[in-house]
Design a protein. Structure first.
Length: 312
């Protein structure tokens, strides 16, 4: 088997090309991908060459961990049927290329245990389930508090705000410094840091990935307040100890989603409680992948770029 896939041969060297695919086993699915999303966090770091050493990384690399498509072949031990629509969080099924994420391809072979059945009616928005589940993972669970301040009004920041409101909690404040991203709030306020006079936030979620903000955020929390690092940070993080000591500040790192987050997020989306479709600002045919990735990584107006694989 072979498939068209987005291949990152080196930082900045990205193209659509043909690559070999391993044969499916009894518990595997073959999925024809219809839509895949571009992450402006981790994928951008691979594109720029700034990604710190990470298990399984290397070039050539097939990026992507957000994809949705249709099952075209189902192994006898998979528990799926041909024709079912599924979300795929990536794959490592390629010959001669690393599949650390591996969702940006026209055809994917993956173990059935890794995919999630979704409603075909979700359409292109089905590709955003992993990002939404990651936002849910940051908020939900024992010992976790919903944010009252979110730093960054990109896709992750918007999802954090929407999930907070969906949970019935008070609407958070959101910080944003880019005018092109100030709009689009529904039920919460988006302001610049300079316009915010509060110094008593209980739970601040950073969705910007900017580690240089830590000292400012420490100054914004109440005593015993928490700062949640929900972005991805390339440089070592540091902060001045005395102010953090005086505040008895707590820091928490939030990682990727777990299976129960996907189940809960899917239920919210299918019930209409969590909207995803309006977060997609750009769509491009997969044939224009090089241009699409550049736009996703350099245009502030691009919240989420989706590749359409129907004609690849």
């Amino acid at each position: 088997m072979e498939t068209k896939a987005v291949i990152l041969n080196a930082p900045g060297a990205l193209a659509l090309d043909q690559v070999g695919v391993t044969a499916p086993k009894a518990a595997d699915l073959v999925v024809a991908i219809q839509h895949s999303g571009i992450s402006t966090g981790t994928e951008k770091l691979f594109w720029t060459g700034e990604m710190p050493p990470f298990p399984g990384m290397g070039y050539p690399l097939i990026p992507g961990y957000e994809a949705a498509g249709e099952v075209v072949e189902a192994g006898p031990e998979s528990g799926f049927r041909v024709g079912e629509h599924v979300f795929v969080p990536g794959a490592n099924c390629y010959e001669g290329a690393h599949g650390l994420f591996g969702a940006a391809a026209q055809t994917i072979v993956t173990d059935a245990s890794r995919v999630t059945r979704i409603d075909r009616g979700l359409g292109v928005a089905g590709a955003l389930l992993a990002l939404a589940a990651t936002a849910r993972h940051a908020i939900a669970g024992p010992g976790k508090a919903v944010p009252d301040l979110i730093v960054g009004h990109g896709v992750l920041g918007r999802l954090l705000a929407r999930l907070t409101i969906a949970a019935g909690a008070p609407a958070p404040t959101v910080w944003e410094i880019d005018e092109t991203r100030m709009e689009g709030a529904d039920g919460y306020a988006v302001i610049t840091p300079e316009a915010d006079t509060r110094r008593d936030y209980t739970s601040i979620y950073d969705a910007s990935g900017r580690g240089d903000l830590l000292n400012d955020l420490v100054g914004r929390i109440a005593k015993g307040g928490e700062i949640v690092l929900a972005g991805f940070y390339t440089d070592p993080l540091q902060f001045a100890f005395p102010p953090a000591f005086m505040k008895e500040a707590r820091f928490r790192i939030s990682a990727e989603w777990a299976p129960d987050d996907m189940v809960a997020t899917k239920a919210l989306v299918e019930a209409g409680t969590l909207e995803l479709a309006d977060l997609i600002t750009h769509q491009r045919p997969a044939e224009t992948a090089a241009e699409a990735y550049k736009t996703a990584f350099t245009d502030p107006a691009c919240l989420k770029m989706i590749l359409n694989w129907g004609t690849a």
